[in-house]
Design a protein around this ligand. Structure first.
Ligand SMILES: [Ca+2]
Length: 507
């Protein structure tokens, strides 16, 4: 891709260059295969369905896909794996997946898959064996304790951001011993104190990188490999994991889910060079919903400086929503202008932005989780051959969401808004990998103002997060408008910003 090559040529000295910076130069599109596109008419999305839509992913401007779990599992979401070396039969075959990889790579689209190693399914053959008794050869693949020794801690766990479960020890119903499962009884935690388990996991990584050919992994529940009171062991494990994976594929991309605040997240960076920034998501919502312009900009500056102090080689994986959050449009009071501005902020700030499937057409959804993972709307229902039907949608229907085919024809649609923004990021290195500097000028409270600087380019970004129209002065040298949203107007050193409008200026 031209923009990508340009980014390499112009990467500034002051910005650290990670091995991978394609995630920053574009956007990674998160796909829940089950709901995406059905190629064989059984109502369930599948891998061949994704292959059919790779041109669409390319048209949107995404340069990578993150697949939510694709391995065999008894649950619809598949975050509890029963076979780490296969494809879920609902989704297709390994051949289908290899074909998808070939077609994606032909289009310069990287493929990152969800890797769930903290726990397996309780139906995984390892656990089926392990639960048979203390003498079983797979006993120590999981964490077992005699009931009396853990009586005090069976339900001691506090609720965390990523789990509202409080029962951590589970009774298999066949003896004295309980097993540890951070999330639920159906997801027993693997025992990473057992070197055999670690070897199994590294072999699985090798299988997907070497034999199958994926570009990287999204590491689920990375904070929970060892219990919460052993963070140092967690950090050490991921460093070992990274070394093992890089020995197989030096440019492997590893992005981790450590669902917590920056102080807890940062020490994982040496092992997981890209980590999701959940603070970004929450602060973006708060900034937009309270019309507090600099809240997110200041927070991001703080986070990036903090991370820089840990390691210069990191990728800040920014999200405005994902499969665990209510749909972004719902979070923003179904206000279309706020919604468009949220993505204008995401795609003009530093980091590796992620886009959850369906956000580009303004899909809706609230918890429970199934309803934030509803079928994508390719066309009006009677004409939509690919629309999945595994679930009856509650929030995203033809009555509430304009299907893609209609949005494509409308220059003001969400789809064309996202496409335009992603194209801009892809073609401006300062937006992709430039540094972040906050404006020192004091603007009205609703204004978010920052500079993005790369070696040969400097961009001044202004957003008005408020309802009220304002006019502000901008630095004289920034007189060339490259983008506007919501009718923002530049004239003679001043910018007029209406409700939720944004503007980007260069020298
Ligand atoms: Ca299907």
């Amino acid at each position: 891709m031209a923009g990508f090559a340009f980014a390499i040529a112009c990467s500034p000295k002051e910005v650290a260059e990670p091995v991978n910076y394609w995630p920053q130069a574009g956007v990674t599109y998160e796909i829940f295969v089950q709901s995406f596109n059905d190629s064989d008419g059984d109502g369930i999305g599948d891998l061949n369905g994704v292959t059919e839509k790779l041109d669409y992913v390319k048209e949107l401007g995404a340069n990578a896909i993150w697949f939510m779990p694709i391995m065999p599992s008894p649950s619809y979401h598949k975050y509890d794996v029963t076979d780490y070396r296969a494809i879920h039969p609902d989704y297709g075959t390994m051949e289908d997946f290899k074909n998808l990889l070939d077609e994606a790579h032909k289009r310069d689209i990287k493929i990152v898959i969800d890797m769930i190693i903290n726990h397996s399914s309780s139906e995984h053959p390892w656990f089926v064996e392990s639960r048979k008794g203390r003498d079983n050869e797979f006993r120590d693949y999981y964490v077992w304790a005699q009931k009396d020794t853990i009586a005090e801690s069976i339900e001691k766990k506090v609720i965390t951001l990523d789990s509202d479960n409080i029962r951590q020890w589970h009774d298999p119903g066949n003896g004295e011993d309980f097993y540890y499962g951070f999330f639920i009884g159906g997801m027993p935690d693997l025992n990473f104190d057992n070197p055999k388990v670690r070897e199994e996991i590294y072999d699985i990584g090798k299988f997907w990188l070497e034999e199958v050919g994926v570009d990287g992994f999204r590491l689920d529940a990375a904070k929970h490999i060892f219990p919460d009171d052993r963070p140092l062991d967690n950090h050490a494990f991921w460093k070992e994991f990274r070394a093992k994976m890089e020995a197989i594929k030096p440019d492997v991309y590893l992005v981790g889910e450590v669902y917590d605040k920056k102080e807890i997240v940062a020490p994982y960076l040496p092992g997981l060079p890209a980590l999701f920034n959940f603070d970004f998501h929450y602060t973006l919502l708060e900034a937009l919903n309270t019309e507090n312009g600099m809240l997110l900009a200041k927070k991001q500056k703080e986070i990036l400086d903090f991370y820089q102090g840990i390691t210069p080689n990191f990728i800040d994986a920014t999200i405005s929503s994902n499969h665990d959050q209510p749909r972004l449009l719902n979070e923003l009071g179904s206000d279309p202008e706020k919604y468009k501005q949220a993505s204008a902020i995401l795609l003009t700030m530093p980091g590796a932005p992620y886009l959850y499937y369906g956000e580009e057409i303004g899909m809706l959804g609230l918890k429970p989780d199934e309803n934030i993972r509803e079928p994508f709307l390719w066309d009006l229902k009677e004409k939509d051959k690919g629309r999945t039907s595994w679930i009856e949608p509650v929030y995203s229907t033809d009555a509430t969401v304009t299907p893609l085919s209609i949005q494509k024809e409308d220059p003001n649609s969400y789809f064309n808004h996202y496409k335009g923004l992603i194209f801009m990021r892809n073609t401006h290195p300062a937006l992709a990998i430039g540094s972040l500097e906050l404006a020192s000028e004091v603007y009205p409270k609703s204004v978010m103002a920052y500079f993005r600087k790369a070696q040969n380019e400097e961009i001044f970004v202004l957003h008005n997060l408020g309802e009220k129209e304002i006019t502000v002065d901008v630095p004289k040298e920034f007189s060339n408008k490259i983008y506007q949203l919501g009718g923002a107007v530049y004239a003679e050193g001043k910018v007029k910003l209406g409700k939720n409008s944004s503007i980007l200026l260069t020298k």
